[in-house]
Design a protein around this ligand. Structure first.
Ligand code: PLP
Length: 404
């Protein structure tokens, strides 16, 4: 049966304290009690509708968390102050000293740095592998392996994780499958494909206005309870709380996500097709030339397209830099990191968002020096944007080269 997460979100309804259509933002770090015993009880376990201290929980973070659980079809969720807070808290909750992570090798540079440089300080080590190669992955599993980690659609090369296959391997070996779904909200529903924990950097598509940093962890009620336990939970003790005001704006933006994702996808598909026709090497899962196009069609929920991100190889770093500056001047978009904004954003991953990954490893993954990642905006007239981009491409002398 097909799943439509946008209908689930549409049915997610909350009433503010005065019947407000947007629930009120509680502008308090602490909450009063009429009975001292209730306060004591709340330290022991959650009491529905009762709040103690905003770093633990507050009403708007509860609302946003349950809307996100609805989006990802999980039983529960916790919102966090960034995507990295979501990843680090989830992993520190799952892993103990001596545990091992097996991670896909193409992941966001910050996550790579967390695994490679930071977690080893706590005795948690990561083996990086190409998770498309299931035999190699299986051979890496030892009795120390605790979890498999991947991005549903990888940053920046738009590789797909074969989630049903990975979920089977995880189940067979008693591992937890953790999936970062930042690039493909609504498009892919990892929990329905077997993931145990789904993470987002909400800084990106879910918020969509590039005005805040936020994240979330969607998982079973049991895991979210562990994470938010005041005595032992990483989600409480590391203090990744999301500010209530941001939470409120995120909740509102979540309700237009389906329309934005459809438009981002349609615009990205247009550009990807055109750039490929011009002779460029384009990475976009909606193109039949993408090696995992068929897998993508099996994984995706219908109606949201193939996503708003594409990558384009223009050969070398100098040309990439020249082209991006020109594209900014000609109002194609902004030379900036991040993604999911209503305007087009572009950057060179090898020298920005993936720069934490050593150059030789980048080359092995396929992140070339001339790679440009584009997060395609909500332009009403993408043909006009495309013509501007083509004129920039021509001005850096690429059109003939790429077509020859
Ligand atoms: N996951 C992915 C796939 C990302 O691209 C990023 C940031 O670019 C993150 C996680 C980290 O998110 P944040 O910047 O919100 O901490």
């Amino acid at each position: 049966m097909t799943f439509d997460p946008s209908s689930e979100i549409q049915d997610y309804q909350v009433f503010g304290e005065f019947g407000d259509v947007n629930p009120s933002i509680s502008d308090s770090s602490t909450y009063t009690f009429l009975q001292a015993e209730t306060m004591e009880e709340l330290f022991e376990h959650e009491i529905t509708g009762c709040f103690l201290y905003s770093r633990h929980w507050n009403p708007i973070n509860k609302y946003l968390s349950s809307a996100l659980a609805t989006l990802e079809n999980t039983k529960a969720a916790q919102v966090t102050a960034s995507g990295m807070a979501a990843i680090s808290c989830a992993l520190l909750q799952l892993c103990c000293q001596g545990d091992e992570i097996i991670s896909n090798r193409t992941i966001y540079g910050g996550t790579y740095a967390l695994f490679k440089n930071f977690l080893p300080k706590f005795g948690i080590n990561t083996k990086f592998a190409d998770l498309k190669d299931l035999a190699t992955l299986t051979a890496l599993i030892t009795d120390r392996t605790r979890l498999l980690y991947c991005e549903a659609m990888s940053n920046p090369l738009l590789e797909l994780a074969d989630l049903p296959q990975l979920a089977k391997i995880a189940r067979d070996h008693g591992l937890t499958l953790v999936v970062d779904n930042t690039f493909s909200p609504l498009i892919i529903s990892p929990a329905r494909l077997g993931a145990d924990i789904v993470i987002h950097s909400m800084t990106k598509f879910i918020n969509g206005t590039s005005d805040c940093v936020a994240g979330c962890i969607c998982a079973s009620s049991e895991f979210i309870h562990q994470l938010t336990d005041v005595n032992t939970g990483a989600g409480m003790l590391l203090g990744p709380v999301l500010d209530s005001f941001r939470s409120a704006s995120l909740l509102k933006n979540l309700h237009s996500l389906h329309i934005r994702v459809q438009k981002h996808s349609a615009n990205a598909a247009y550009l990807a097709n055109r750039l490929e026709t011009l002779g460029f090497r384009v990475f976009y899962p909606g193109l039949p030339s993408h090696p995992q196009h068929e897998l993508m069609k099996r994984l995706m929920n219908p109606g949201f397209g193939f996503g708003g991100i594409l990558a384009l190889d223009v050969g070398d770093r100098q040309t990439a830099n020249k082209l991006m500056v020109l594209m900014q001047e000609e109002k194609v978009g902004y030379l900036a990191v991040s993604l999911g904004y209503f305007k087009t954003l572009f950057s060179s991953p090898g020298h920005s968002t993936s720069s934490e990954i050593p150059r030789e490893e980048q080359e092995a993954m396929g992140i070339s020096n001339g790679l440009i990642r584009l997060s395609v905006g909500l332009d009403n007239d993408i043909e006009r944007t495309c013509k501007r981009m083509e004129s920039c491409i021509e001005r850096v002398g690429l059109l003939q080269t790429s077509m020859s």
